[in-house]
Design a protein around this ligand. Structure first.
Ligand code: FAD
Length: 285
């Protein structure tokens, strides 16, 4: 059965009544495609497409609050550095028109391009149930492939990202479009030089490279410290080998991609964003 709530309150009441059996559907690009590939269809689906409160993009001071139902297509055209660049690399235009931020987080894929950009931007995620709302750092939201801390009666409401950072994103994929990433990374830096590094396809969840971040904090920015940070990234990632690439290749590329992004942000004084590259092929913005 498909439920079509017309308000957030109705959606949350349904989620409370149905619990884990009530599966939210936003763009359906993960869920419906999965069902078509043979995954069992949920008995109860909660279609979020008519819930108005989830589709806003709102500036709050120096932060941007993005509703869960906002599509990648809406964000890719905004001046949002790594976030826009990551959205631009998701699938093809049809997927980006349908696919949403909430769906990306709900899928909790270690290969989620937008999740990696959000993690590198120190995003927070807002969750809601009929009992109220809670906010947590996005990197604490993911628990493993397809697993999050979302409770059975909760929905993702929004993510919030700081706007006062320069950031860049880089993705290695087999093809330019409609290809799952082999490895991707995003880096953001604030006015004080505080760096956050996010990496995808390198661990069970979109991860932060904490050792590399700490090293840059200690040693500052130079060609040598960037090399050292890149080496730490290769040491701290935990990739697997699969049909897209070996763990060794991913480990080497994680360091190389982060070195490239850090160098780019270090050299440029202006907001930066780069897209698919290397063997995959889109150039640098
Ligand atoms: C051909 C193709 C190419 C793709 N290419 C890429 C790519 O390059 N990069 C990439 O990162 N992804 C890619 N994807 C995956 C997908 O498009 C994204 O993950 C997208 O963001 C999913 O959003 P959605 O709204 O369609 O999610 P849905 O399919 O509607 O939902 C996905 C999951 O999230 C849950 N969910 C949805 N909304 C909420 C909410 N508000 N609260 C709680 N749970 C929620 C659902 O229950 C479900 O478990 C691709 C998919 C396809 C089919």
């Amino acid at each position: 059965m498909v439920h079509r709530p017309l308000s957030l309150q109705q959606a949350l009441e349904l989620k409370r009544a149905l619990g884990a059996r009530g599966v939210p559907v936003a763009g359906g690009t993960d869920l419906i495609v999965g069902i078509r590939k043979g995954r069992p269809a949920p008995a109860e689906m909660i279609d979020l497409s008519l819930v108005p409160d989830l589709d806003g993009i709102e500036r709050v001071g120096d932060q941007l609050r993005v509703g869960a139902r906002v599509s990648h297509a809406r964000l890719e055209v905004m001046d949002l550095g790594a976030l826009a660049a990551a959205c631009e690399t998701v699938g093809g235009p049809q997927i980006r028109n349908l696919g949403t931020i909430g769906g990306q987080l709900g899928t909790a894929s270690p290969a989620g391009d937008v999740s990696v950009a959000l993690v590198a931007l120190d995003a927070t995620v807002e969750l809601a149930s009929v009992d109220g709302r809670r906010t947590l750092p996005l990197c604490d939201f993911f628990v493993g492939p397809g697993r999050t801390v979302l409770r059975p009666d909760e929905l993702v409401l929004a993510v919030t990202v700081p706007l006062n950072r320069r950031s860049a994103f880089y993705k290695i994929g087999k093809r330019e479009a409609v290809a799952i990433s082999l490895l991707m990374a995003a880096v953001s830096v604030d006015a004080h030089g505080h760096v956050a590094i996010g990496i995808g396809c390198a661990a069970p969840v979109p991860m932060r490279a904490r050792d590399a971040e700490a090293s840059l904090r200690t040693h500052g920015w130079s060609a040598e410290s960037i090399d050292a940070a890149a080496a730490l990234v290769s040491a701290e990632v935990r990739p697997i080998s699969d049909h897209r690439g070996s763990a060794d290749y991913r480990r080497a590329m994680a360091g190389a991609v982060v070195r490239r992004l850090l160098t780019q942000l270090w050299r440029e004084g202006a907001p930066a964003a780069s897209r698919i590259g290397a063997d995959g092929a889109r150039g640098t913005a």
